[in-house]
Design a protein around this ligand. Structure first.
Ligand code: SF4
Length: 313
């Protein structure tokens, strides 16, 4: 099992909030696995043509810049290697190999930087962005991070300077919040700094048993996120990752919560509930439980039926 990683900031937060403690501090439950789960649930290793680059879809690739992370979320999909020092950081030679590979695949238009946390290695992130943003085929840049939650003081001038390299393309920051207690003053300050250099902050959250499997908690989380300028984007079912089985919420409970959220939340706080298919071929949206849409009629939030009005040709 890999080690716990807690910044002094996160140490204080875990001491105050059990929902945050459960996310970052190891539990004996991690040893009780029934073997349904997988070490690499999204089969990323299989789709890695050059070191650090995962290519599954024609139009986009994942760049795993580093396995370094300032936290170690116990449900992390890449817990097989996150924080494993031996995995190291991507080198300039690796970046050059990626550039060669991308040029040979002109359908690739979008880059998604992930890890680990790419913002923990601003020097190599800046180099990577300098190389990749020059490619005329690249139209969209995404960077995933949870640094504003795990160690907000690390959102510093070095990080912002690296992100400022992206000028031609829109820069989407894919952030990650699980519980409203993560939205502290320090985190809000870090979010505001990131907003000065990015096009938009989109939040990906995961249903986690004992952390956020509750309508009120998620309603508060997504409502507060739009108040600080972060758009809720995905709410996903926890991946079947080995050692994280105790975080998986019963599917019926998730659908019930998501359905209720759709009724309660403001439109811009609504997000897509998805399952990332084991085997790694994409994200499948899970429908809310009330539409009963059959192309002739549908049901609204209150159970009232409506006919679909079609125009005559
Ligand atoms: S912040 Fe992201 S990459 Fe780092 S441990 Fe958590 S889920 Fe994994």
């Amino acid at each position: 099992m890999l080690a716990t990683r807690l910044s002094p900031y996160l140490k204080k937060l875990t001491a105050k909030h059990p929902a945050i403690y459960k996310q970052f501090v190891p539990s004996v439950k991690e040893e009780n696995d029934n073997k349904i789960t997988l070490v690499d649930p999204l089969t990323e290793e299989h789709f890695t043509p050059v070191r650090g680059l995962v290519h599954k879809h024609d139009n986009r690739v994942l760049v795993l810049l580093t396995m370094n992370c300032s936290a170690y979320c116990r449900f992390c999909t890449r817990r097989r290697k996150v924080s494993d020092i031996a995995q190291g950081v991507i080198s300039e030679a690796d970046l050059d190999n990626m550039v060669k590979y991308i040029k040979k695949h002109p359908k690739i238009k979008e880059l998604i930087f992930s890890g680990g946390d790419p913002l923990t290695v601003p020097v190599i992130l800046k180099k990577a962005l300098e190389k990749f943003t020059k490619l005329s085929q690249i139209k969209v840049i995404r960077v995933g991070t949870r640094l504003m939650v795990s160690d907000p003081r690390l959102i510093n001038e070095k990080v912002l300077d690296a992100l400022r390299v992206v000028k031609k393309q829109p820069l989407y920051l894919m952030v990650h919040f699980e519980h409203p207690a993560e939205i502290t003053l320090a985190t809000i300050k870090a979010v505001k700094k990131l907003q000065t250099v990015s096009t938009m902050l989109l939040c990906q959250s995961v249903f986690l048993k004992g952390v956020n499997d509750n309508v009120e908690i998620l309603e508060e989380l997504f409502s507060r996120l739009i108040e600080i300028g972060v758009k809720p984007y995905y709410l996903s079912r926890c991946d079947y990752v080995r050692g994280a089985e105790h975080f998986i919420v019963p599917i019926k409970k998730e659908i019930k919560i998501f359905t209720e959220l759709r009724i309660r939340l403001s439109g811009i706080a609504c997000l897509m509930y998805i399952i990332d298919v084991p085997g790694g071929m994409g994200k499948v949206p899970v429908p809310a439980d009330f539409w009963q849409f059959d192309c002739k009629q549908y049901t609204d939030f209150t159970g009232k039926k409506f006919k679909v009005v079609e125009t005559k040709k």
